[in-house]
Ligand binder design. Structure first.
Ligand SMILES: Nc1ncnc2c1ncn2[C@@H]1O[C@H](COP(=O)(O)OP(=O)(O)OP(=O)(O)O)[C@@H](O)[C@H]1O
Length: 286
């Protein structure tokens, strides 16, 4: 792991009673979360629930309005966040690269956390070998020499995960990594994540999504957000349930799990019952 690691022991991340207020509006309210090595969190919620806002805090990109966030033992607001970011692998699906770097070169930019290659920094033989190992883990060996500009969205996603892992971070943050992928690309991405987590048991991750089908089977914990507030938080089997997910999305949803993966369907029976109850209540009020 990274040699200048500021907190080799203890939780990787600890947020306590955090509020984020922007323009007088609560984007997050009273959020607490502790992430230990080896845990793989899913953050779920409807559009606008505050998932990306939370990921911004965890990635030391923004600060809480109230409450405390400790990333690798360091409190946000009291340390140079650029230093902390070097220990976090943040995968931004809107990576702004325009030039035709090869997949291997893109992965190597993870060493300097830059968009383009830094011509002054030649990678060492060990770093090149590490890049190739990550490319293999992410299933991109045959595309290692391909230019970024020619990659499909799924290939770009996997290249960016390898790039984020280049500095050997302890925490990997993934913002909707499967958005826009076709079925095969999504399944390849999720298998790569499962494999990665198996190979690096100390790595922790946070994956944001609004689709339960996009959760890798290696997910261990979940946090459900509704309008900036926590609806449930804990071990995935206790949180990703019909009851809590329905409350999170404010819609009757039935959750099923098969082969370690989750599926969500609108619960028509409950929807009909809910609509009938609402109609009866409206009649009663009238
Ligand atoms: N800087 C800001 N100032 C004011 N409001 C903001 C700001 N950033 C985000 N918001 C609002 O905060 C809410 C939460 O945004 P956020 O992007 O965290 O949601 P999300 O759960 O990631 O949504 P989605 O699933 O659509 O990506 C949204 O209503 C958004 O418009």
């Amino acid at each position: 792991m990274n040699s200048a690691d500021p907190a080799p022991h203890g939780p990787l991340l600890h947020a306590e009673d955090v509020d984020v207020v922007r323009e007088g509006r609560y984007l997050l309210r009273g959020i607490s979360l502790t992430i230990e090595p080896g845990q793989h969190w899913a953050v779920l919620g409807a559009n606008g629930a505050g998932k990306s806002t939370l990921l911004g805090l965890l990635g030391a990109v923004s600060h809480p309005t109230r409450g405390v966030v400790r990333v690798l033992g360091r409190q946000l607001g009291r340390v140079d966040i650029r230093e902390l970011r070097a220990h976090l692998g943040h995968v931004n699906p809107r990576h702004p690269l325009r030039s035709p770097l090869t997949v291997r070169e893109v992965v190597l930019t993870g060493l300097t956390n830059s968009i383009e290659l830094d011509p002054r920094r030649k990678p060492t033989a060990d770093q090149l070998a590490h890049a190739d190992e990550l490319i293999t883990t992410l299933g991109m060996t045959r595309r290692a020499e391909a230019a970024w500009t020619t990659l499909s969205q799924g290939e770009r996603g996997r290249a960016l995960i390898a790039r984020a892992l280049m500095p050997q971070p302890r925490l990997l943050l993934l913002d909707e990594p499967a958005t826009g992928l076709d079925l095969t690309a999504r399944e390849q991405l999720l298998s790569s994540l499962d494999e990665l987590r198996e190979k690096h048991p100390e790595l922790a991750s946070v994956l944001v999504t609004h689709h339960l089908e996009e959760l890798p089977s290696s997910t261990t914990h979940a946090l459900l957000l509704r309008e900036g507030e926590c609806v449930g938080r804990g071990e995935v089997a206790e949180i990703v349930t019909t009851e809590l997910v329905s409350a999170c999305f404010e819609h009757p949803i039935r959750i099923s799990r098969a082969d370690g993966r989750w599926a969500a369907r609108a619960d028509r029976r409950s929807a009909t019952t809910a609509a009938a109850t609402a109609a009866a209540a409206a009649v009663a009020v009238a």
